[in-house]
Structures are given as C-alpha cells and as structure tokens.
Design a binder for this molecule. Sequence first.
Ligand code: ARG
Length: 267
Amino acid sequence: MTKIIKRVLLCPPDYFQIRYQINPWMKNGQVNKTRAKNQWLNLVNLCQKLSIRTETITPQASLPDMVFAADQGLIKDNSVILARFHHQQRRPETKIYQDWFRKQGFQLLRLPASLCFEGGDALIVNNNIFIGHGFRTSPQSPRAIEKLAKSPVIDLGLINPHFYHLDTCLFILNPKTAFYYPPAFDQTSSDKLAKFFSKLIPLTKKEAFSLTANSLNTDHQVIIQRGAPIFAQKLAQLGYRVHQVNVSEFFRSGGGIHCLTLTTQTN
Ligand code: ARG
C-alpha cells in the first residue's frame, strides 16, 4: 500500500535560533530569521498543496529547537511514544507537546525513566519500526519501544556525530527501497538494512551533508531539499514525483524537512 501522509504537526520558527551546541552542525553561525520564516512557510504551503493537513503548535521563546516537531515522539495509530531528550536543553519541549498530544486524543506512552529517545531516531515502514541509537536514543530503547508499540523494531547503531538522528542518514521510500549514508552506520546495522531493503541506495557524502535523507514522502511524491540532483533523478526514475524546497537555514541547527514535520496521521 502506498504511504499517504494525512496530517502533520509543525512549529513556527518564531524563536528558532542557535543558542547552544548539541550537534556539530550548530557551529555554523546564526540564523537569518526572515529567511527561516519564509522557508518554513514554503514548506507548509507545499504540504498543503499535496493534500496534507497542517497543524501548528505555539512556539515558546525559551525553546529554540522546538521547531523540530518530528523529535517529539513516535506516533503509531492513535498512540504516541513520547520523547525523552538526551540533552537537558530540549527537555522542556516535551511538556508542551505532550499537552498538544493529549488534547488531540492521542494515548500517551512513556519509556522507562532511565531511557532516552528522540523522534528523529524513529522511522516506520508498514508495521516495522526502525530505531537509531548511539547519540540521542539509548541502546536499550529499541527493545522497550518494541514492547510499547507492539510492532517489530529493527535497531540501528549510529556512529557519525553529524548524523546523530536516524532521519539524517536513512530515507525510506517504500518497503523495498531506501537511501542511506553508509558511514553513518556500524557494519551490523548496514547489514540489517541490506537484508530488509532489496534496493538499498547509498547517498554520496555531498548529498548526505545536504540532509538529503531528511525528506518527506507521501503518495508517490517526495519533498526534498533543493540542490540534490542525483537523488532527484533517482526518485524520478523510480516513478516518484519530486518537489524541491529550500530549508537551508534549519541546516545551521542540523535539521531539515523531515525534522520540521511530525507525521500525526497516515492512511
Ligand atoms: N538542533 C536540533 C538538535 O540537535 C536539531 C534536531 C533535528 N531533528 C531531527 N529529527 N534530525 O536536537
């Protein structure tokens, strides 16, 4: 069945800026606020054009990374496994998002208090959940998530600090096809990916550092970062329609299209 995204949650970048450094991308200078706002609005408009319902949460002045909605948890059907952020700077985001989830009627699920987990480390295909760990998510979390979600979890070890979340180095196009950046994974994890996906396509270093993996696909259409011609061409060859946006201001914080959009409902 083709994956169709019905709803996404986003957070306006009103207070988005670089106020601390919790990943290597965050050393690349300050955000241009107007540009960030325009890039974000273009992304929202494109989602709407592709028939995705967009919802927004109210940003908080003290939480510059709140804009990365995808990190807040893993949504499966009507439940959400809430994030527990590794860095203390992002922990207060959880309470605000949790209230939103509750108001929307999601069942709230929590990992044991000793475990960290961030939504950027979770990708779902059919009933399978891929969980990255090593930087933000604890190595014991995949098994705990498997219990909470009652779905098979494939855990993947991340080893490159620039690719600290799974959604920065793995893009799942469909149950057979995925793109990945090999140096981001340990060998066992690359082997697991090759076993699962009959078409596992490596991204070049240049593509990986343009956060190409951080794309969004719905209904045979893919929203990608502008300036990734090889990726765009491969998607087209595979029968997918490509839409390009520019979210370069968010790269300064280590985030892209996928990080900015939390999928709250699929078909
Ligand atoms: N500055 C944020 C952080 O380091 C960026 C998060 C990007 N999110 C993602 N899903 N990759 O936490």
